[in-house]
Each structure stands twice: as C-alpha cells, then as structure tokens.
Design a protein around this ligand. Structure first.
Ligand SMILES: [Zn+2]
Length: 143
C-alpha cells in the first residue's frame, strides 16, 4: 500500500503540482523506508515532512491540515514524488490515460445520440421532441 493510494484525489493532485513547482527545498534519506524533507507551503515557514514508505500512515507533516493526524497532505505527496520521480511519471500518465478514455466515452455517447436522432422519421422526431420538452419542463417544475 503506497502513500499515494491512501491520499485523497485532491491531495495527490496538489502534491503533484507542488512536486512540479519544485516546492521541496531539500530532502534526505533517514532510513531504508524513511525520508525527511522541507517543503515550501503557502505560509512563511516551510513545513517539515517525514514519509515512511513502508508504513505510510506513520508519515508526518507539521502543516495545519495534517499535524497530529494521519491525513496524507499534499506536502507528503510532494516529498514522495521528489524522492521517487518515476512514481510521479506513472501518476500523471494514469491521469492522462483516464482523461483520454473519458473524452472517448463522451464522444461515443454523443455519436450514439446523433445516430439515434438521424434514424428517426419525421413523425417519430416530432413525438420524441414533444416528449423531451415535456420532460424538461417537469424536471424544472419539480426541482
Ligand atoms: Zn502537510
């Protein structure tokens, strides 16, 4: 279980942006699975971050969001990506792949609707349009 898999989507994405923006000022390896680093946040003082890749929930950060909690904040993710840039590459490749597939699904759905409408006769079109208008009106009324 990687620290990335227990992060929220928002923290993972913001952490990636921090990694890209080179907000990890410095880091070093403390132990086989432990890394510490200094990450520039939105405040004046940088945050002190420690990640444990074997036990991700033991990772710490002194930002207001994560201090004293087991929350995986963007600073932990930024440090993780800085230490393991290949993980960052894999993460962004997955996001891009998902977005490409999502775009294809939307296009396919649109094409289906176009095919359906083109297959209708004039009479069927009239009925379908009337029904759609009535449904839209009822949706508005009961919203
Ligand atoms: Zn933090």
């Amino acid at each position: 279980m990687s620290i990335l898999s227990i992060a929220s989507n928002a923290s993972a994405w913001r952490g990636y942006e921090y990694y890209e923006g080179k907000r990890v000022i410095s880091w070093n390896q403390m132990d086989k699975h432990e890394f510490e680093g200094t990450v520039r946040g939105s405040g004046k003082e940088p945050y002190h971050v420690m990640i444990d890749t074997e036990h991700p929930k033991k990772s710490t950060c002194n930002c207001p969001h994560a201090e004293g909690k087991r929350i995986v904040c963007k600073h932990k993710i930024a440090l993780f990506f800085t230490v393991f840039p290949k993980e960052a590459d894999r993460y962004i490749a997955e996001i891009e792949e998902y977005e490409r597939e999502e775009g294809e699904r939307e296009q396919e759905h649109y094409d289906q609707i176009v095919r359906y409408v083109k297959s209708l006769s004039k009479e069927e079109l009239r009925t379908a349009l009337i029904n759609a208008l009535i449904e839209a009106e009822e949706r508005d009324r009961y919203r």
